[in-house]
Design a protein around this ligand. Structure first.
Ligand code: SF4
Length: 177
């Protein structure tokens, strides 16, 4: 989809950097298929919600209906409606936050920058280096820019909240500008 090309390019770059981090710390990163403790209800920028919604339409009718039923009935404290048997039903289309889950991130606080990662990772004593850490603020700025571009060019901003729950993204109808 041309109007989602900025988003897809950004996702490709993020994925590339995440692979670099994983290759740098093969012993210290234990994230793997089946570990789904990060897969709770999340909220998305509209651009991510639209990308997920459009990817959903490519799935079979049965899978789509199953996912949408879960999305409609899931409570705010439930696991993500895309999670099935410990795996993501739309893994290749998962939002940016899911691609970075567990990896070392840099968070800006009033006191300066703070490093964080899943407590199950880096239990070997190894410490993540700055060059192999995701800067959360930079990531959000890039995502927000791509989001603003899409809203300006394609969507009707009057109909959109700033953030959209993943479960809503799976069931909502979109209106173009
Ligand atoms: S979209 Fe996929 S990876 Fe992201 S929280 Fe849901 S199940 Fe997990």
């Amino acid at each position: 989809m041309t109007f989602l090309s900025n988003y897809h390019n950004l996702v490709e770059k993020i994925d590339h950097f995440c692979r670099d981090i994983e290759n740098r710390y093969p012993e210290s990163l234990v994230c793997q298929k089946g570990c789904s403790s990060c897969c709770r209800h999340i909220s998305l920028f509209p651009v991510e919600a639209l990308a997920l919604n459009m990817a959903l339409t490519a799935l079979s009718w049965t899978t789509r209906k199953k996912i949408q039923h879960r999305a409609e009935t899931a409570g705010p404290d439930d696991e993500c409606p895309l999670l099935e048997d410990g795996a993501c039903l739309m893994y290749s289309h998962r939002p940016v936050i899911c691609r970075t889950h567990g990896l070392p991130i840099l968070i800006k606080t009033p006191q300066g920058f703070r490093m964080d990662h899943c407590p199950l990772n880096f239990t070997t004593g190894e410490k993540p280096e700055r060059a192999f850490t995701l800067d959360l603020e930079q990531l959000n700025t890039l995502l927000s820019t791509v989001n603003d571009l899409l809203i300006t060019e394609v969507l009707d901003p009057g109909t959109l909240p700033e953030r959209i729950l993943l479960s809503q993204a799976l069931t909502m109808e979109w209106q173009s500008a």
